[in-house]
Design a protein around this ligand. Structure first.
Ligand code: SAH
Length: 425
């Protein structure tokens, strides 16, 4: 009789979902060739041997490939959810059952469970924290000062996490190096723009099944993520309005061909509103009041505070689910407003997050950032560090190669020219 292997400790929904999870993880791997190469190198070189890693990411098929690569590199890794609604329970099950990786994440977990899992991540006494939004690092510096000496550094996945790390550094509490994965070119140009662009509309469509052609879609913000959303909404035939607070970005949106106006004006026109700002209460009571009956609102920015849902709840007489991830708020005024994914990231709450082809590059950066932290242990200053340009270029070259695309190389003459100033008119 073969002994049942002991599973790692975990807090997940249901281990019997493992087979389906493994199938989906394998499928995602078809579009993640760069991370696969890194995993294979890690398996022979073991650059993370003995390193304890706590990863706080959306528990998706793509994150599974990152966790597997870290383990192949010798890391003792644990995974928790970076958002209460984004966990794919079958993926969590497969990671535990098939890959022996401890996972603490359940789709729909309440806030207390979410925070308990953050504590579990820190109980792992991590040397490296992979964070998506900086919740683990923020808790570490607030509550676990005694563990700071064990921390080699952190790697941060997302724009809001970088904003928080900068604020921590300014306040003198970020006492270790933080690798800025978000700002790597091979991350934000693709993940933030094409990833968010596609997955956000995917979430809206899965939640509502509405036709976008002919709709007026208001995109709130015009950063990298919002650009992708606006571009893809237009591609589906929507009439897109952009709202902004930054004059440069407002010009950019205008010259990209979008109508730009204040939210007070846009609120009366939109059929669908998508917030992608990283800020707070960008659509609030005064705007809900003037919206059309049946307007749909959702968020694809970091936290669930971009929409002022507290105000909307106060204005509502009745809130009822109408489809999965979709709730109708019937207001005292008689009109309805539809909220998707409880105002949390609609792309991860109602769909599967960014497709694997972009996460391939994002997570290649994560894996290589962990290796870089270990290699440079003790010699990096506290604070934010860019991913080295060579790493970014290497990831781009591997991706291009995997896509079967070749490019030119500089001739010797061009190299000299590009490094000289003396040749003029
Ligand atoms: N913790 C925040 C996270 C912001 S989400 C929150 O949940 O509120 C934005 C990040 O999610 C992006 O930086 C992107 O890299 C990541 N992401 C998007 N799709 C993903 C996927 N399929 N798997 C894992 N992470 C994903």
């Amino acid at each position: 009789m073969t002994a049942t292997p002991t599973l790692p400790k975990s807090d997940i929904k249901d281990t019997s979902l493992a087979q389906q999870g493994q199938q989906r993880i394998t499928w995602a791997g078809r579009e993640m060739p760069v991370l696969a190469q890194i995993r294979d190198r890690f398996a022979t070189e073991k650059p993370l041997a003995g390193i304890r890693i706590a990863a706080c990411c959306h528990v998706t098929t793509e994150t599974a490939h990152l966790a597997i690569a870290l383990k192949a590199g010798g890391a003792d890794a644990i995974l928790i959810a970076s958002n209460p609604l984004s966990t794919q329970d079958d993926v969590a099950a497969s990671l535990v059952v098939d890959h022996g990786i401890p996972v603490y994440a359940i789709k729909g977990e309440d806030n207390d469970t979410y925070h308990r899992h953050v504590q579990t991540a820190l109980d792992h006494r991590p040397n490296i924290i992979i964070d998506d939004g900086s919740d683990v690092v923020a808790t570490l510096v607030k509550e676990r000062q005694d563990q700071l000496s064990e921390v080699i550094g952190t790697t941060e996945e997302t724009t809001t996490g970088i904003v928080r790390l900068r604020a921590m550094f300014k306040d003198g509490v970020l006492t270790f190096p933080a690798m800025n994965v978000n700002d790597a070119d091979t991350k934000h140009f693709f993940d933030n723009r094409y990833g968010t662009g596609q997955s956000t509309l995917d979430g809206v469509i899965r939640a509502t099944n509405i036709l976008l052609a002919g709709k007026t879609v208001v995109v709130v913000g015009y950063g990298w993520c919002a650009k992708g959303v606006a571009m893809r909404a237009r591609g589906l035939g929507a009439n897109v309005i952009v709202t902004e607070v930054n004059p440069v970005k407002a010009i950019e949106a205008t010259m990209d061909g979008f109508r730009v106006m204040p939210m007070a004006a846009a609120a009366t026109l939109g059929n669908l509103f998508i917030t992608v700002t990283g800020n707070k209460h960008v659509i609030r009571g005064e705007h809900f009041e003037t919206m059309r009956d049946g307007a749909i609102i959702c968020n694809s920015g970091h936290f669930d505070i971009e929409l002022d849902l507290v105000a909307l709840k106060e204005m509502a007489e009745e809130i009822r689910p109408v489809r999965p991830s979709t709730e109708e708020y019937r207001l005292k005024s008689g009109k309805s407003i539809i909220v998707l994914g409880e105002g949390r990231l609609v792309n991860l709450a109602a769909a599967e997050g960014h497709p694997s082809a972009v996460m391939d590059m994002s997570f290649a950066n994560q894996a290589l950032a962990c290796e870089y932290l270990v290699k440079n242990k003790g010699s990096l200053e506290p604070g934010l560090h860019s991913i080295p340009t060579e790493v970014d270029q290497e990831i781009a070259s591997l991706k291009l190669k995997a896509m079967g695309i070749e490019i030119d190389i500089l001739t010797a003459e061009q190299q000299v020219y590009m490094n000289s100033w003396s040749m003029g008119t």
